[in-house]
Structure formats: structure tokens, C-alpha cells
Design a protein around this ligand. Structure first.
Ligand SMILES: Nc1nc2c(ncn2[C@@H]2O[C@H](COP(=O)(O)OP(=O)(O)OP(=O)(O)O)[C@@H](O)[C@H]2O)c(=O)[nH]1
Ligand SMILES: [Zn+2]
Length: 205
């Protein structure tokens, strides 16, 4: 695997979680930090809602890719060419500002006798998207998870995303897209396979 994975180890568990009560109190503090009054009628239930919503938006911390990548099929009539699932939409949050990253993942692999249930590829994207992320980390983590669980001949992951921390605040550049890729196995060693991945991705829009 490439250097990025070594630099960004996979985070599978977060221990020492605060209680729901503590989480709600933290939201009240942030509401006051924003300049509002957490005791006013409209914000009364907001801390509880935010705490609940965090469990969903960051639900990826409770999941491991091995659990969803278990469904594989061997009876595919000898099919051994590229499988590409493209335009998998996701919402994540950047680890620097905790604001949304909105994007699409394109994932291909070269089977080695077994193919994955297609929905499982999208589930792996969600496991990593529903954590605090950088786009580079997420790209490498998805490739690593599929590579290690399925042991295919190669994996290619491309992510294209817009970072709201660059659009809504800070430098305030709307509409820019960041592209990241990770290639393993034959996608890394054979430029022709990488090129075919790009052609399949871009050729049939
Ligand atoms: N490489 C990378 N950078 C990211 C990602 N998401 C956000 N960033 C960047 O993280 C950087 C954090 O920079 P800092 O200077 O520490 O924080 P800041 O003062 O809020 O920076 P500005 O966004 O420029 O206002 C910014 O340049 C963001 O654009 C990501 O997925 N990958
Ligand atoms: Zn950010």
C-alpha cells in the first residue's frame, strides 16, 4: 500500500465517549458561542436533536468494513474483468472545521475469483464518510479496506468532492472540486489499467 495509508492509520474505534447529557451540554455551549440563547423556545430540543443527529452523521465510527464486505460471490461464469461502481454519492465532514464534504466516489476492482455484492461497495464508502475526514485519508482507507478484505488483483478509488469549508467560509471559493485517487495492485503497476479505469469513468457519462 502507498504512503498515505501508513500516514493515516485506520481509526476503527473511539473509546471513552461522553454521555448524551454531556453531548447536549456541549451543544448548548456552542449555541451560546454562536450568539444565541439555548433556553429560548425554538432551541429547547436542539441539543438533543444535534446529539441524535451526530450518531447518524458520524455512525461510521461504530462500523468496520470487514462486517459489510463479507458478502462475496464466486459463481460469475468466469467473469474476471474490471468491476466499476461510479457516482456513489456521499456526505462527510472535514476533520479541520467539522463542516460538510459533499462528493462522489468511483470504485473499481479487478476480481480474483470472487466478486463483491455491489451495495457493499457503497456501504464501505459510507463507513468512512460518516467519520471526520480528509479526502486523502478517506480515499486511501476505502482502497485499503477492499484490498485487504477481498484480495482482488487491484483496486482503484477516485473521489471528487467539494469542501464546504472552502465554499462557505475561509477562502470562500464555491464550485471547486478536489480529486484524489488511490491505486493498488495491477492498477498501480499497469498504467494501461489505470487508463482504462479513467476511460470507463469518463467515457459513458
Ligand atoms: N489536504 C486536505 N486539506 C483539507 C481538507 N479539508 C479541508 N482542508 C484544508 O485544511 C486546511 C486547514 O488550514 P488551517 O490554516 O489550519 O485552518 P484555517 O485557518 O481555518 O484555514 P482556511 O480554511 O484557509 O481559513 C485548509 O487549507 C482547508 O482547506 C482535506 O480533505 N484535505
Ligand atoms: Zn475544513
Amino acid at each position: 500500500m502507498d504512503a498515505i495509508v501508513k500516514n493515516f492509520p485506520v481509526l476503527e474505534d473511539v473509546s471513552g465517549r461522553p454521555t448524551q447529557r454531556e453531548a447536549e451540554e456541549a451543544v448548548r455551549v456552542l449555541l451560546r458561542w454562536a450568539g444565541d440563547d439555548p433556553t429560548r423556545e425554538g432551541l429547547k430540543d436542539t441539543p438533543a436533536r444535534v446529539a441524535k443527529s451526530y450518531r447518524e452523521l458520524f455512525g461510521g465510527y461504530d462500523l468496520v468494513p470487514e462486517d459489510v464486505l463479507g458478502t462475496t460471490f464466486e459463481e460469475v461464469a468466469g467473469y474476471d474483468d474490471m468491476v466499476l461502481v461510479k457516482d456513489i454519492q456521499f456526505f462527510s465532514h472535514c476533520e479541520h472545521h467539522m463542516v460538510p464534504i459533499i462528493g462522489k466516489a468511483h470504485i473499481a476492482y479487478m476480481p480474483n475469483g470472487r466478486v463483491l455484492g455491489l451495495s457493499k461497495i457503497a456501504r464501505v464508502v459510507d463507513i468512512y464518510a460518516r467519520r471526520l475526514q480528509t479526502q486523502e485519508t478517506m480515499t486511501a482507507q476505502i482502497a485499503k479496506a477492499i484490498d485487504e478484505t477481498l484480495a482482488p488483483r487491484g483496486v482503484a478509488v477516485m473521489i471528487e468532492a467539494e469542501h464546504m469549508c472552502m465554499a462557505m467560509r475561509g477562502v470562500q471559493k464555491q464550485g471547486s472540486t478536489t480529486l484524489t485517487t488511490t491505486f493498488t495492485g495491477s492498477f498501480q503497476t499497469e498504467p494501461a489499467e489505470q487508463a482504462r479505469f479513467m476511460t470507463m469513468l469518463r467515457g459513458f457519462k
